[in-house]
Design a protein around this ligand. Structure first.
Ligand code: GAL
Length: 369
């Protein structure tokens, strides 16, 4: 009997200890604490998977612990991700918002905990809870897309099909503004005829559009950054188009993911004799499309630079230094100190120089180079 009791009490103590250990590890969120938390919009778009890999490459030998989480196109998931990282004790949050305005509550929670917030690629709007912003020159992205269409069409009355990004993304307004400001004079002089937006036609004589006016056009031609939505819109526009809006055409596509989808739709219409189409992000699949002549150009945004800028800022902050910036963006509430990187136009002429010789991609990842 005595033996039984001793065994029972040993077992009790052992169970107690294991319980406490589990409780301890739960409190610190599974593994060790994290100094820099990184939140990206979605894993469903090649663009952001690129950034994840570039962050991992850049942080491989860093002494700082970091964690990358994806918001899968949901502001609620994004908020949850930020809370998870706050529970792990981050000091710096690097975040590319799914929805620039909706992200306000997540970063305000971070600010309350004394965390420094760096907006990544996309601006967080309507809040003062964002300290820094690293980005590419998004207006220049749109201007480069528009200029490429102008430089690659002939004659006049060229049908112009307009597409845009998601209105929840502040960048989508900047891209479209940049494209419109170079295209509008060529619409007004009859080089182009707008084929798929009554709102844009109504504004064809106005070069500098207000946010509301841009919003009206985006409302009609948005792809929501979703390739399948882009396909549906393109098919609808093609079905509605008369013979005068076919033949040799120009297409403003906001990024590579949507550009490939739109190109496939227009490319499969026998009444379309040729198309020139823009893109953005230098996604691998679009580089192959460019090599194959199915997409005309992309705007290369060297994510290695954006990652280096973001990590550089985070390390300065962790070291108690003030990060250097090159300007600022007003987000509707405050002027956010920013660091901006230039962009590069890539087409068949310079694809090897800009993307292979620069080490961004391996030649072996493509055919027909
Ligand atoms: C933008 C970003 C682009 C693009 C897009 C879709 O904010 O700047 O590079 O790919 O989102 O996610």
């Amino acid at each position: 009997m005595k033996k039984m009791w001793r065994l029972f009490s040993v077992l009790m103590v052992a169970t107690l200890l294991i319980g406490m250990l589990a409780a301890c590890s739960g409190a610190t969120g599974g593994s060790s604490s994290v100094s820099v938390g990184i939140v990206l919009p979605t894993k469903d778009e090649p663009r952001w998977v690129q950034d994840e890999q570039r962050f991992k490459d850049a942080l491989a030998d860093s002494e700082y612990t970091t964690e990358i989480l994806f918001s899968q196109g949901s502001s609620a998931k994004e908020k949850e991700n930020v809370e998870t990282l706050l529970n792990k004790g981050i000091d710096v949050l690097i975040i590319a918002p799914h929805d620039g305005a909706a992200a306000g509550s997540a970063v305000e929670a971070a600010k309350k905990e004394g965390v420094t917030v760096i907006a990544y690629d996309r601006l967080i709007t309507e809040t003062d809870a964002v300290d820094y912003y690293v980005t590419f020159d998004s207006v220049a992205v749109g201007a480069a897309q528009g200029q490429y269409l102008i430089d690659n069409v002939e004659g006049s009355n060229v049908p112009l099909y307009l597409y845009a990004g998601a209105s929840s993304d502040n960048n989508a307004f900047l891209f479209f503004q940049g494209a419109w400001e170079v295209l509008q004079p060529k619409i007004a002089d009859g080089t182009f005829v707008i084929a798929n937006s009554s709102e844009a036609v109504a504004l064809k004589d106005k070069n500098e559009l207000t946010r509301d006016e841009l919003g009206k056009i985006l409302g009609q031609v948005t792809t929501n950054w979703d390739p399948s939505e882009a396909i549906n819109k393109a098919q609808t526009h093609l079905t509605a188009a008369g013979a005068n809006l076919k033949g040799d055409i120009a297409i403003l596509a906001p990024n590579d993911g949507t550009a490939r989808s739109i190109a496939d739709v227009y490319g499969s219409d026998s009444d379309i004799s040729s198309y020139v189409i823009s893109g953005q992000d230098a996604e691998k699949a679009s580089i192959q499309y460019i090599i194959d002549g199915k997409q005309s150009m992309t705007v290369f945004k060297d994510v290695r630079t954006l990652v280096a800028d973001a990590i550089g800022m985070a390390i300065d902050i962790l070291d108690g230094k003030t990060p250097s910036t090159t300007g600022s963006y007003n987000n509707g509430k405050v002027d956010v100190k920013a660091k901006q990187t230039n962009v590069i136009v890539v087409d068949q002429e310079n694809v090897k120089k800009e993307l292979i010789d620069s080490g961004y991609y391996e030649a072996s990842e493509f055919t027909g180079l």
